[in-house]
Structure formats: C-alpha cells, structure tokens
Design a binder for this molecule. Structure first.
Ligand code: 5GP
Length: 114
C-alpha cells in the first residue's frame, strides 16, 4: 500500500517536514486548507482507520499528543484548531496512508457540509 507519504517518510520525496521521529512524520499539506495545515503521519504503513489494530493504541495516542504539541509550536493552541482523520471514499480520504490533519490559523467554519 505504499503511497507518496512513505516516500516522504523515507526522505525519497520532498516535503516541508516540521517534525520527524521513529514513530511519526509531520509535514505541511501541499494544498493547505488553512494557514496552518500539517499532516501527522505514522511511519508505519497503516492504510485507514479500519486497518488499526490493538497494537496501534499507543501510536494513535502519540499522533494526537504530537498534534497538540505542534499546535502550540505553531501558535494556534489558544485560538483553536481542528483535527480530522478521513476514512475511505465517503470520508474523503485521498491518500491511503493514515494521517491526522492539524488545521488552524483561522475560524474553521461548520464541521461538515450539510
Ligand atoms: P485525505 O483527503 O486523504 O485525508 O488528505 C490527503 C492530504 O494529503 C490532502 O490534503 C493533500 O493536499 C495532501 N497531499 C497529497 N499529496 C501530497 C504530497 O505529495 N505532499 C504533501 N505535503 N501533501 C500531500
């Protein structure tokens, strides 16, 4: 299931990486929907939320803690931000490598289009 995100994680494709360690790679979205739009991506190749298993519990928590820390570093922790994970077609997932969107820097508007 390797996607462009695996290439970014391995340093084989360019991205504006803001943080990387042995568990996650975080980089700015190439087509940002907000002044701050960072993708928090597990280095492990997990396609969708549907593909998470019990062994990923700590990793998913770490993704959220990383998002919280990056929100503070980007100066949007007080104004607020939105965290989104899309899953499959109706969820709007385009890249089949699990990722958490961190978006902020402006009011994010209604949660979904009605
Ligand atoms: P999804 O719709 O799958 O939840 O979100 C995928 C996101 O990845 C989109 O916001 C899209 O702009 C971003 N994206 C897709 N390809 C690339 C890429 O090659 N580099 C970066 N930095 N972002 C990408």
């Amino acid at each position: 299931m390797s996607t462009i995100f695996s290439k970014i994680i391995r340093g084989e494709a360019d991205a504006d990486i803001v943080y990387q360690d042995d568990r996650v790679t975080c980089f700015r979205d190439i087509n940002p929907a907000a002044p701050v739009h960072i993708l928090i991506v597990p280095n492990k190749e997990i396609a969708t939320v549907n593909d998470l298993s019990d062994e990923d519990q700590v990793l998913v928590g770490y993704m959220f803690l990383t998002a919280k820390r990056l929100a503070r570093e980007e100066g949007i922790h007080e104004s607020g931000y939105r965290l989104i994970i899309n899953c499959n077609r109706d969820g709007g997932q385009v890249v089949d490598h699990l990722h958490l969107h961190l978006m902020g820097g402006r009011p994010m508007g209604p949660m979904v289009v009605r």
